[in-house]
Design a protein. Structure first.
Length: 354
């Protein structure tokens, strides 16, 4: 009788470790959505659509304008900012042109809302059902907070360009917006990996970041930061030749406004740094990929090699085509996939350390 009672109790009680496999799958789906919003964000930037919606309406902004009067009101608000007055207006922008750029910004914000729902609602359900393994609630709440910050940073970015002097958003806010998304993507993949390992081994401990992985991710961070600044300043147009710029290895750069201003604003310098720091990143990625393969994870090593190889080809092609829209978008998307691959591989090294 006692054994029967114990058996019934064990059957009815929730599993001590929750449902790590279900959570891992959910986080990987959200990671896919984050990759999608990075892609749409790239299109939004390259089509100069980011300032087309001049207000942030979390609820009512879900729907686009539904009448001609609403469209005219939105267009009139856009006509008050510098981008229209100095760039789009003189180029003869029509309402039809405005509707095109409005769509991409609206779609970008819509995906952000979908990601918020796709994370918050399942998190609440898993929490209520007791399906979250011990120790993972703070980490999941941190990922939720990152998503909220991402939305806030996106609005700060847009707001930075909503005046009559600016013709674009601040490239500093753009980099914060993009890098927060990529950091969140890495956190989603890392946490999903921890949960997958826990599913196979209930005694497994979370992976720890190794020194090599931290150094590699820092080098990659610098490259991504430079890429965001290049995008924000349209510095990809500084040269359409490779490997030389202006028929020389190092382009002519004006330093009259000081070293730090030039480092943060000069399109020629930032373009040059982005194209050549890439090889520092490649060297670091090759080293970590070989270490990951030695640790027994050949697929992760292959993914990293493939991602940075494709990324280099797309980067050169983007430059030589004068920043072709779809090549530039593909370059940004593969950058996100490279972050995911590095998070996966770094986690593998961290498992061995744990």
């Amino acid at each position: 009788m006692a054994s029967l009672t114990d058996e019934n109790t064990a059957t009815s009680a929730p599993p001590a470790l929750g449902r790590p496999l279900a959570l891992a799958r959910w986080l990987l789906v959200v990671a896919g959505l984050v990759t999608l919003i990075v892609a749409v964000g790239g299109i939004t930037r390259l089509t100069e659509s980011g300032l087309s919606i001049t207000e942030w309406k979390p609820v009512t902004g879900t729907l686009p304008p539904l009448s001609e009067e609403q469209w005219q009101a939105e267009f009139a608000a856009y006509q008050q900012i510098g981008e229209f007055q100095q760039v789009a207006g003189p180029q003869g922008m029509t309402l039809a042109d405005y509707k095109f750029i409005y769509f991409w910004e609206w779609f970008h914000r819509l995906i952000g809302r979908i990601i918020g729902i796709a994370f918050a609602l399942p998190l609440a359900w898993f929490w209520i059902k007791g399906a979250i393994p011990t120790g993972y609630k703070p980490r999941l709440l941190a990922l939720l907070a990152l998503g909220g910050l991402q939305g806030a940073f996106g609005w700060f970015m847009v707001r930075s360009g909503l005046n009559t002097e600016m013709t674009d958003v601040s490239h500093f806010w753009l980099s914060i917006h993009l890098l927060t998304a990529l950091f969140t993507l890495g956190g989603l993949v890392w946490t999903a990996r921890d949960l997958l390992v826990l599913h196979h081994d209930p005694a497994a401990r979370p992976a720890r970041l190794t020194g090599l992985a931290a150094l590699t991710l820092f080098i990659l961070f610098i490259q991504l930061l430079l890429g965001a600044w290049v995008a924000g300043l349209n510095a990809g147009l500084a040269s359409n030749t490779w490997p030389l710029m202006q028929d020389r290895f190092f382009p002519e750069i004006g330093w009259s406004r000081g070293f730090w201003w030039t480092l943060g604003h000069d399109p020629f310098l930032l373009h040059w740094l982005h194209r050549w720091w890439a090889w520092v990143a490649v060297a670091a990625l090759v080293v970590i990929a070989r270490r990951i393969r030695a640790a027994g994870d050949r697929p992760a090593s292959v993914y990293i090699h493939s991602a940075f190889g494709i990324q280099i080809i797309l980067g050169i092609a983007t430059v030589m085509t004068g920043v072709d829209l779809w090549l530039a978008v593909a370059h940004q998307v593969v950058g996100a996939l490279l972050v995911a691959a590095c998070a996966w591989g770094a986690h593998r090294l961290g498992q061995a350390r744990s």
